[in-house]
Write a protein that binds this ligand. Sequence first.
Ligand SMILES: NC(=O)C1=CN([C@@H]2O[C@H](COP(=O)(O)OP(=O)(O)OC[C@H]3O[C@@H](n4cnc5c(N)ncnc54)[C@H](O)[C@@H]3O)[C@@H](O)[C@H]2O)C=CC1
Ligand SMILES: O=C(O)[C@@H]1CCC=N1
Length: 271
Amino acid sequence: MNMDDVARRGLVLLGCGKMGSAMLAGWLRSGLPATSVWVNDPYPSDWLTQQGVNINAVLPESPAIVLVAVKPQMMADALPTLRSYGNGDTVFLSVAAGITIGTYETMLGAETPVIRAMPNTPAAIGRGVTAIVGNAQASADMMDLADNLLQAIGQVVRLDAESQMSAVTAISGCGPAYVFHLIEAMAAAGEKAGLAPELAMQLAKATVGGAGQLAEDADDSPTQLRINVTSPNGVTFEALKVLMNETDGFPVLMDRAVQAAVNRDQELSNG
Ligand SMILES: NC(=O)C1=CN([C@@H]2O[C@H](COP(=O)(O)OP(=O)(O)OC[C@H]3O[C@@H](n4cnc5c(N)ncnc54)[C@H](O)[C@@H]3O)[C@@H](O)[C@H]2O)C=CC1
Ligand SMILES: O=C(O)[C@@H]1CCC=N1
């Protein structure tokens, strides 16, 4: 199965909100014909209605891929509408946090090819990272196809086991929100230190964006890049004493936040 098969047989999106739209935008940009896409969503966005895709129309008989991008809480209502595609060679590619492969097999049939994916919102600018893992019915060809599709929205990593998905969700799925909050917190602290709000926000955004890009591009590790900023007994040194404090610093806080996310993902997985 390849991209030509997707164009010929069709791609169905169940739910096209923030994540579904980010992914669809990447696929349309990379050449998937809009007429090969069917979206099932009761509240199509203005953006979606301008893309030339089929919206809430009669669905194709045997699409190559169904992207499941509804909220986990909507799954029980939404998924049964696509049960006829189960136990066939339509691949179900799910981005829903906490919905296990086993749940799909129960709802759609044990022979259904299912690939679980955890993308993130930088997908909207082609800078996402998506982790994938499939069931036994997801052939090597199907995994390659999902990998190719997802490369249109950024990097792709393959997991050894579905059990890694909670931690992946807590790091890269939710992670953009942590970084956006870091920007908010830096800008607020800049204001408190005397800067105008717009200037504080510009400095915070550009600093996080630039540092993130440097961390990805540089040969040096993030640790070395941090050391490069930190003059002995200088200004950064004093700030890092606070942020790297072993009792209430950033690592302790991040560990607690990630654990809370992992726990919530596991609650969703257990229904
Ligand atoms: N937003 C994010 O950063 C990430 C989200 N995800 C996962 O993506 C999924 C979607 O999340 P978002 O896009 O953020 O939510 P969203 O609320 O933006 O999108 C959900 C879409 O589903 C539609 N919908 C509701 N009921 C439906 C039904 N019965 N049939 C078809 N469509 C229906 C809604 O109209 C909406 O457009 C979730 O399962 C979430 O766990 C995964 C990774 C990152
Ligand atoms: O907050 C959520 O449940 C989803 C999962 C990863 C990002 N957003």
